[in-house]
Design a binder for this molecule. Structure first.
Ligand code: PBG
Length: 330
């Protein structure tokens, strides 16, 4: 049947009917808030490139996490900015690492929220790369894969001992999910889940984050370890390998420029899928909104809904706090 018998507008006529035929939902339960923690006390440094986001010290972070939990946000993911950096990222895996202190403080405050930690070296190495460096046989300084694995395991274990509820390796070394799973299991953390940044692309959209986490690579870029943007089939291989190695949740990152990858992953794999609505996706809307060019709330909720529609269950997003408020009102 076609027009005039079929009229698509019939089901769009009233707000109640539109609600009834809506195919996708967006709930506060889907949101994960990224937070940045640094040494000190009483710190709340605004991040210029990401309006409304801050670098917190442990005490102010706990306040923020409390607010998020009260708004119903189920999870946070923590990124650390250490006191000191060195070539081997020592501040990432010492037991009194800044992220460990943050986890302990959140747990001591008995806040009912899932504390996820980003497991990576780039915030902790003085060269800003996601592992240790070695000159390869082509004469290029590059991240060593296998030597980095041991450090990532140490970092994940430090987070686990501090009380993390889930670890999220974001470094893109080969074999890291398996290495971390084994390290956790051997230490008795058999019940601690891994959210793997499985299909993480080398992306221009991480620009604002590198200001926030003070982690830009000091030379070169991350294209020898993060994925190449044109590759969708390769993303499926990355995800399948992480599942084989023991991932509990798989992630696609960034989200909006890679909705096709989220869709393909959701059609193919049964694990919960997370998507990272990254700093650049957030800051673009913020910047346009500040100029009066776009309605931030509508653009944000539409972005988040599109990520859900593509097949992600959970979304890491800098809008988590605002969206929790928006969704409670609407
Ligand atoms: C660490 C890491 C990055 C992001 C999350 N974890 C930066 C990077 O890979 O360069 C980016 C998050 C964002 O842009 O919001 N490797």
């Amino acid at each position: 049947m076609s027009f005039p018998q079929t009229r698509m507008r019939r089901l769009r006529a009233t707000p109640a009917l539109r609600r009834m035929v809506r195919e996708t939902t967006l709930s506060v339960d889907d949101l994960i808030m990224p937070l940045f923690v640094r040494p000190g006390s009483g710190v709340r440094n605004a991040i210029a490139s990401m309006p409304g986001n801050f670098q917190f010290s442990v005490d102010t972070l706990v306040e923020e996490v409390k607010e998020l939990a009260d708004l119903g946000v189920p999870a946070v993911i923590l990124f650390g900015i250490p006191e000191t950096k060195d070539p081997i990222g020592t501040s990432a895996y010492i037991q009194d690492a800044i992220v460990c202190k943050a986890i302990e403080a959140i747990k001591a405050a008995k806040i009912d929220i899932c504390v996820i930690t980003d497991v990576c070296m780039c915030e902790y190495t003085d060269h800003g790369h996601c592992g240790t460096l070695k000159t390869n046989r082509r004469g290029v300084r590059d991240v060593e894969n296998d030597a980095t694995l041991g450090l990532l395991v140490k970092e994940a274990l430090a987070h686990a001992r501090a009380g993390a509820d889930m670890v999220a390796p974001s470094d893109m070394m080969d074999g890291r999910v398996g290495a971390i799973r084994k390290g956790l299991d051997d230490a008795g953390f058999t019940d601690l889940p891994i959210m793997a940044y499985s299909a993480k692309f080398a992306s221009a959209f991480y620009g604002p984050f590198r200001d926030a986490a003070e982690s830009p690579p000091q030379f070169g870029d991350r294209s020898s370890y993060q994925m190449d943007s044109p590759n969708a089939r390769e993303a499926m291989r990355e995800i399948a390998l992480d599942i084989e190695e023991g991932a509990d949740i798989i992630m696609v990152k960034p989200a909006l420029p890679y909705l096709d990858i989220i869709r393909a992953a959701s059609d193919r794999f049964d694990l919960p899928i997370a998507a990272y609505n990254v700093s650049g996706e957030f800051s673009m809307v913020k910047a346009a909104a500040e100029r009066g060019w776009i309605d931030e709330k509508r653009a944000a909720l539409e972005s988040l809904m599109s990520i859900r529609r593509a097949g992600a269950k959970m979304i890491l997003t800098y809008w988590a706090k605002d969206a929790a408020k928006w969704l409670a009102k609407s």
